[in-house]
Design a protein. Structure first.
Length: 284
């Protein structure tokens, strides 16, 4: 059974392959009834997604996945249920979008050097006006057969420390939390198991996140093993953080992260959505 609550997914406004309205349509077909669209560092897909959700009678939550730094690492913070017109948040995201642009230029230069022709223009075309991400470069590397798949594109070229990686100093977590809270939203520490951190380091990250005013931690994504849902749920309870759940869907061709496929929260975890300004519909 799919989870009727889906609070982490991507559209063409960043590195997803579906347009925002098609993400909503697919989520509805998958049984999702409460949906947040959370594109990387942009709110550009929200209006279209919100309008589509209204058509389908779904509850829509404004969202974004914000790129931050913590101890020299990139950490993602999912922002939920904020006012999308709030100036501080919009200005902050505009700054991150500029950083994305200059980083894309630098990555493209490095990829040209390893044989990916016309990298920047093609990444821009692929992004169709949305944010350019490393995912777009990965798709081009696969298209040109320089890599077998996206995973290899990251292990060979785009991952941290690899030949086409470009350090980006995003913003401190505290700044992102400030923007989110000034916009009336909730801040979720995204996919804690995706940063290559030890159990100890994850604990430190969660504690720092809570100390900085963070609200919740993503306890389950589509790829979180059942034992890890329990483990991160316990960490949430220990740190006084609420829990969130979302698949991190990008592409219908990726059968391992379908919309609505994040498992439910353990009962002892307080859901982030019970703190939303607008209550979400009761789960039937
Ligand atoms: P960016 O925010 O531009 O650095 O791109 C990060 C995105 O790249 C993530 O949101 C994922 O969608 C994707 N990504 C990161 N690491 C990997 C990986 N090892 N394999 C496939 N995709 C990845
Ligand atoms: Mn992504
Ligand atoms: Mn992420
Ligand atoms: Mn994501």
């Amino acid at each position: 059974m799919n989870n009727p609550i889906e609070l982490h997914c991507h559209s063409r406004a960043s590195d997803g392959v579906l347009g925002p309205a098609d993400v909503v349509r697919s989520a509805h077909a998958a049984g999702v009834r409460t949906l947040a669209l959370t594109d990387h560092d942009t709110l550009a897909g929200l209006d279209a997604a919100r309008a589509a959700a209204r058509q389908f009678g779904m509850h829509f939550v404004d969202g974004a996945e914000i790129s931050t730094r913590w101890r020299n690492r990139t950490i993602h913070v999912v922002a939920l249920d904020f006012d999308p017109t709030a100036a501080k948040l919009r200005d902050g995201l505009a700054m991150l979008q500029e950083k994305r642009c200059s980083r894309a230029t630098a990555i493209a230069e490095k990829l040209e050097a390893v044989g990916l022709h016309d990298a920047l223009a093609r990444a821009q075309a692929l992004a169709t006006g949305g944010q350019i991400t490393r995912t777009h470069f990965a798709r081009l590397l696969v298209e040109d057969r320089l890599c077998r798949n996206a995973r290899q594109a990251f292990t060979r070229f785009l991952g941290t420390g690899k030949s086409a990686s470009v350090q980006c100093d995003w913003v401190p977590i505290a700044d992102a939390l400030h923007w989110i809270h000034a916009a009336g939203g909730r801040a979720v520490l995204a996919h804690p198991l995706h940063y290559g951190l030890s159990t100890n380091q994850i604990g430190n990250l969660a504690r720092d996140f809570k100390l900085a005013g963070g609200d919740a931690i993503e306890v389950s994504t589509a790829t979180t093993a059942a034992a890890d849902v329990v483990r991160i749920g316990a960490l949430a309870a220990r740190c006084g953080l609420r829990g969130s759940a979302g698949s991190d869907f990008h592409d219908p061709a990726q059968g391992w992260r379908r919309l609505g496929s994040a498992s439910a929260l353990p009962v002892e975890v307080e859901p982030v959505w019970t703190s939303f300004r607008t209550p979400i519909p009761a789960i039937g």
